[in-house]
Design a protein around this ligand. Structure first.
Ligand code: GAP
Length: 514
């Protein structure tokens, strides 16, 4: 798999070919930045959601989960700041008539500088061999230091201008960097304008009485407005958390990169309610805890990094992203935000209802501070899927395409094959499927030669293939083949469930976090 673009194209086409992700409304030529999860994709997504839910809710006795409605009272979005501040800075190219996010144009420019740094590192690694020390090289090589300084100064100026809403300076920066439109190649730009990302809709039958609503742009507000209900009915004591997963909607302007940036997507969020003044401690705690969750899946430590924000959202006093190395480079996968008491205080003001907690130890009431962890389920899907797709050269000179999904997340845990479609082998294979299906998603496959069936399951991400042959009828054994090593073992049929369980059971994976 040659360059980044080819790799990403391969990911998208594999997702379609093997029933993971389809373009929405494909027979009508699709709907931009909207996708459907297919038979395998829905299972993978469900498994990721469950892995998150168990780690956050089931294993923490001070975190509970809810499922709030997508439709919410419109004043909520006024209170949360989304009506006034949930905007993207947009700029149009007058020649191509194409619209871009001004900050993305600048970030793309910086990504090119980052690529140059990576190239210098690769060259130096080749030159110095085993003696190469990356940290020392990037902090002392004059060319790399120069690139780094240039990038930092651009990003810091952009951050400050956006924070001050100085859109004139954002345009000046684009002009000074001589950024051109990727379509027309011209520098003929309009002024930068703000554009609200929320989708509007209506509630009610008649035009006169209909109420203007928004589709929620984040699930978090459903948690904030239920804070007191949950605290009281669950008799929760601070610190405690409320988690939920669900759909969110944003009218994204730069909606490309497949399921990375969608208009309808799913979030997995947790608000952790804490005593004011303790936010720094909890911010560090949740950064570390969430990174551990990611690392437990074994996608490679080197593929994650933190990015602390210069430009803070309207609600935050500190924020960091966990970035993942997607096929198109390091990008945000999850956000950890210290949201202060912004949301609860604002809902108090707008609703006229007290949203306070009586702290028995302190003997006083206060509006709790909030630490938030927020991850996009679709982005997590893309991280897992793209990282798992490999093309391997085999010893016999052929190649195989294999989807090395973490076994705990794989949609199908095992495929059972009769070696031949006769002599009672299908019957025994069906019997094994019927026994395993109470615990795991398993499939039966008798079509084509066994070698082809193995390849099909490799590409599908199935961790185990179980083959029934004539010996099975005599001694009740089967061969079990491991996807990643392609090793085959002869095992007793009554041991198969245990062997699968050791590798796929969620508790074995979750124990790595705790
Ligand atoms: N409640 C805080 C919040 O919504 P955010 O950084 O805007 O923060 C959190 O979003 C996460 O949701 C992101 O880290 C990303 O994984 C995911 N996300 C945001 N916009 C998305 C989109 N358009 N498509 C897919 N995932 C998205």
């Amino acid at each position: 798999m040659a360059n980044k673009e080819d790799l990403f194209k391969k990911v998208i086409s594999h997702a379609k070919e093997y029933g993971y992700v389809f373009q929405s409304s494909e027979i009508y030529d699709g709907l931009s930045a909207v996708y459907d999860y297919a038979q395998n994709g829905a299972e993978l997504k469900k498994n990721i959601r469950e892995y998150w839910w168990k780690a956050m809710v089931q294993l923490n006795d001070n975190i509970v989960g809810i499922d709030s409605a997508i439709f919410m009272h419109p004043t909520i979005w006024k209170a949360s700041g989304h009506v006034d501040a949930f905007n993207d800075p947009l700029i149009d190219n007058k020649d191509s008539k194409k619209r871009y996010r001004a900050d993305v144009l600048i970030e793309d420019y910086c990504a090119k500088i980052e690529n140059k740094i990576e190239k210098e590192v690769t060259k130096a690694r080749k030159r110095f061999g085993d003696a190469f020390n990356k940290e020392e090289f990037v902090s002392t090589n004059p060319r790399v230091v120069g690139y780094q300084e240039k990038m930092n100064s651009i990003l810091s100026r952009m951050g400050k201008s956006l924070e001050k809403e100085d859109l004139v300076d954002v345009k000046s920066l684009i002009e000074e960097l001589e950024i051109v439109c990727p379509v027309s190649g011209s520098k003929n730009w309009t002024d930068v304008k703000q554009f609200n990302l929320m989708f509007g809709t209506k509630l009610g039958a008649s035009a006169e009485s209909a109420m203007d609503l928004y589709l929620r742009p984040e699930t978090a507000q459903g948690i904030f407005v239920n804070f007191l209900n949950v605290q009281k009915t669950g008799r929760m004591k601070i610190p405690f958390g409320i988690a939920q997963t669900g759909k969110a909607f944003r009218n994204e302007i730069v909606a490309r990169q497949f399921i990375f940036r969608m208009r309808e997507f799913e979030q997995m969020e947790m608000q952790f309610f804490i005593k004011p003044g303790t936010q720094k401690k909890w911010y560090e705690h949740w950064k570390e805890t969430r990174l551990k969750w990611h690392l437990s899946l074994g996608l490679g430590k080197e593929n994650y990094r933190f990015h602390d924000h210069d430009k803070l959202a309207h609600y935050a006093d500190a924020a960091s992203d966990i970035e993942f190395k997607f096929p198109f480079g390091f990008k945000e996968l999850e956000g950890i935000h210290s949201r202060t008491d912004f949301d609860l205080s604002s809902h108090e003001k707008f609703s006229g209802k007290k949203l306070q907690y009586f702290d028995h130890e302190e003997n006083k009431s206060y509006v709790p501070y909030v630490l938030e962890t927020s991850i996009g389920l679709d982005r997590m899907f893309l991280a897992v899927f793209s990282n798992s797709l490999k093309e391997e050269e085999l010893e016999n000179g052929t190649t195989r395409t294999v989807l090395k999904l973490p076994a705990v997340l794989a949609p199908t845990k095992a495929a059972v094959f009769p070696l031949l479609k006769k002599d009672g082998l299908p019957e025994l294979a069906h019997k094994i499927v019927n026994d395993l299906k109470w615990d795991y998603n398993v499939i039966y496959d008798e079509k084509d030669a066994v070698g082809r069936r193995y390849r099909r399951q490799d590409a599908n991400g199935t961790p185990f293939c179980i083959t029934v042959d004539h010996q099975s009828l005599e001694d009740n054994t089967v061969t079990i083949r491991h996807r990643d090593t392609m090793e085959q073992q002869r095992v007793a049929i009554d041991k198969v469930k245990e062997i699968i369980g050791n590798e796929v059971d969620m508790k074995n994976w979750l124990k790595k976090i705790n």
